[in-house]
Design a protein around this ligand. Structure first.
Ligand code: GLN
Length: 490
């Protein structure tokens, strides 16, 4: 099959073609490697590739299939991972200098599940250092560029994961979302991105940023593909104590069966000031679509919305300062060559190994947790976090899902926000409360600006209602398929 037609396909289509014998996994892998060679010099989604290993996995899939031992719909389909998810024997840098020479000694649970499903695991994808940021400008290895406009950011922190799908360098990728890091880059790159309910996907083998907020989730061209990837990686894992013991429903089946219109809530606090006009228009058009399909649209209120960014930056930095204490120059990280005594080893290794934003977060977090300030910052933020969750509980008494824009603006230019941390932090104003409340959220492409930049809408549901959330998202996506459009990229 022609390589250009292979890379245009969704994972679901590739799975069907493999099944029918229309193509081989090795052909698919080779087509993607060719594409990456063509475009990644411009996009810079990848930090590391092991092409031989990638092709070998594809050949192994073809051999299984030839013997009639196929492992499922993803057998032979490439999936690339954000460089915070462990793959045994592969590097994991978290886009930080401090992990420059680190190689994972084991597989993350999501990696193991992908391997068990026969997926072909590809290269390591760029991000903001330790997933802290919204643009990939904080990567120690240079930023990723938005495939729709190379002068603009792809969003972040999972910018490599969103750009790789948009640029057709991978049909599926995984990212992690602590405050919006899957949904915001998905929106800015015009692809689907989903953060599952906290506890639905194991965090074992994910380099931790803020453990009470982090979740791994899928990127894809369509909601149908996101459902397929999510059902593959979800499920209880005894290796993650916060993983929830529940059965994983077939999300793919839910897309076909759960089709009756429901009630969608529009939080009035999200539709106020600060939203770009073209974003507003595209989201309003999507709301009109739902209305004509028979969905009931009602206004809801989430009064604590404006507290979510400040609460997040107390909670997330507190957890980060504790999680990142392990990068000490003693164990698996690089050690400063200038260290002259034990304290120096810690201070200089961390001083040289971490970038500015990571240092800022560690200092902020340690401050918020320190005796004398704990009550004023950390404790207060935790109490407010409960109020944020209760706002959602009340809203879900009236509605089945909540609809908002994903990001207040389309992709911004490099440098536009990087000098001003607060304006960068505000680009997650619509996504952060979902993490604080532990709820699932999905970003679905809903149009383009006049200048050709993608726009995304966000749907949020009750905890563990992924099936329903995906079904609502699919009802829109099936009819619009904006994520199937690909940028030119010369
Ligand atoms: N942009 C947010 C931050 O900088 C969220 C990051 C994320 O979800 N990992 O913390």
């Amino acid at each position: 099959m022609n390589p250009n037609s292979l890379i245009a396909k969704t994972a679901t289509e590739l799975g069907r073609d493999l099944e029918s014998g229309a193509c081989k996994a090795e052909e698919i892998a080779a087509a993607y490697l060719e594409r990456i060679e063509q475009v990644d010099g411009k996009v810079h989604a990848f930090l590391h590739r092991d092409d031989e290993n990638f092709l070998a996995q594809a050949r192994a899939s073809d051999e299984r299939r030839a013997k009639g031992e196929t492992l499922g719909p993803l057998d032979g389909v490439p999936v690339c991972l954000k460089d915070v998810i462990s793959v045994e024997g592969q590097p994991l840098t978290a886009a930080s200098r401090i992990l420059e020479n680190y190689v994972s000694p084991y597989d993350a649970t999501v990696t193991r599940k992908l391997k068990e499903a026969g997926a072909v695991i590809g290269g390591r994808l760029n991000l903001d250092e330790f997933a802290m940021g919204s643009s990939t400008e904080n990567s120690a290895y240079g930023p990723t560029r938005n495939p729709w406009d190379l002068e603009r950011v792809p969003g972040g922190s999972s910018g490599g994961s969103s750009a790789a799908v948009a640029a057709r360098e991978a049909p599926l990728t995984l990212g992690s979302d602590t405050g919006g890091s899957i949904r915001q880059p998905a929106s800015l790159c015009g692809v689907v991105g989903m953060k599952p309910t906290y506890g639905m996907v194991s965090r074992y083998g994910l380099a931790a940023f803020a453990s009470s907020l982090d979740q791994i989730g899928p990127f894809s061209q369509t909601v149908e593909d996101a459902a397929l990837l999510l059902e593959t990686i979800s499920g209880h894992d005894p290796l993650d104590s916060t993983s929830y013991p529940t059965e994983v429903p077939s999300y793919s089946r839910a897309l076909r069966e759960d089709t009756s219109p429901c009630t969608l809530g529009l939080p009035k606090e999200f539709f106020g000031e600060g939203m770009d006009d073209e974003v507003r228009q595209a989201v309003e058009k999507a709301i009109d679509f739902f209305k004509t399909e028979g969905y009931e649209i009602v206004e809801v209120s989430l009064p604590t919305t404006d507290l979510s960014v400040p609460v997040y930056y107390v909670v997330a930095t507190a957890e980060a300062s504790s999680n990142l204490a392990r990068y000490d120059g003693i164990r698996y990280t690089s050690r400063s060559e200038r260290a002259e005594n034990a304290v120096d080893v810690y201070a200089k290794s961390r001083g040289e190994g971490f970038g500015e934003e990571v240092k800022r977060r560690c200092i902020l977090g340690a401050y918020g947790l320190s005796s004398g300030y704990y009550d004023a910052y950390y404790l207060r933020a935790q109490k407010t976090r409960t109020l944020i969750r209760q706002d959602f509980d009340r809203a879900f008494e009236k509605v089945d899902a909540i609809l908002t824009p994903t990001s207040p603006t389309p992709a911004f230019k490099f440098g536009e926000k990087s000098e001003d941390p607060i304006s960068m932090y505000l680009s997650d104003a619509y996504t952060i409360s979902t993490n604080l409340a532990g709820l699932p959220g999905i970003s679905v492409p809903c149009g383009f600006t006049e200048a050709g930049l993608p726009i995304g809408l966000q749907l949020i549901s009750k905890a563990f209602e992924e099936s329903h959330l995906l079904a609502v998202a699919h009802a829109y996506d099936r009819e619009h398929q904006f994520g199937r459009r690909a940028p030119e990229l010369g």
